[in-house]
Design a protein around this ligand. Sequence first.
Ligand code: TZP
Ligand code: MG
Length: 209
Amino acid sequence: MKWSMDEVLKLYLVTKEDMHIDILLKKVEEAVKGGVTMVQLREKNSSSHEFYNKAIRLKELLISYKIPLIINDRVDIALAIEADGIHVGQSDLPAKVVKSMIPDGMILGVSARTIEEATRAKMAGAHYIGVGACFPTSTKNDAKLIHHDLIKEINTKVNIPSVGIGGITMDNVENLSHLGLNGVAVISAILNAENTTLAAQSITSKFES
Ligand code: TZP
Ligand code: MG
């Protein structure tokens, strides 16, 4: 594997649905300058054509910064653009099936919120899990909170790299520093920030402190 999970999971930027591509590219570039280590393109309402075009543009940008691009949900798009990775949730294609469809070097991420789901993801050959929601969030309306003790238990019992996600901001990220997570995944605290670069910098420095 070309990527070190320890490195790329530190600050994982997930994109906000339906952003105009020009605005998205500008914000992603600012965020990368603030220390974002991996980017996920997450589109829930786009047509395949729009999703594909956005992915191509984002890939072009991220290649120049050597930052991996992960595609949310859509294995076909991840394969079509030769993305660095694919992320699936528990209601998407099973991780085991996705694993069989993708090339060896492609990162596989899976959302997990129980020890069983995390174990199954690991058995399927996932490279990391996303665990959340860590805090209340209005970005994903069906996001359920997960107790921080359970996050810690998952990280202790299941040996797989992990990121926390959901409602993470520069003001609460410190609460996640001692749960065994490799990093944090963020949407609004970076993409809605007045200063994108500064928001990314602050989140990393507070998580690591
Ligand atoms: N999965 C669980 S919570 C969430 C996702 C995609 C939304 C995270 O967005 P934000 O704005 O960082 O709370
Ligand atoms: Mg999904």
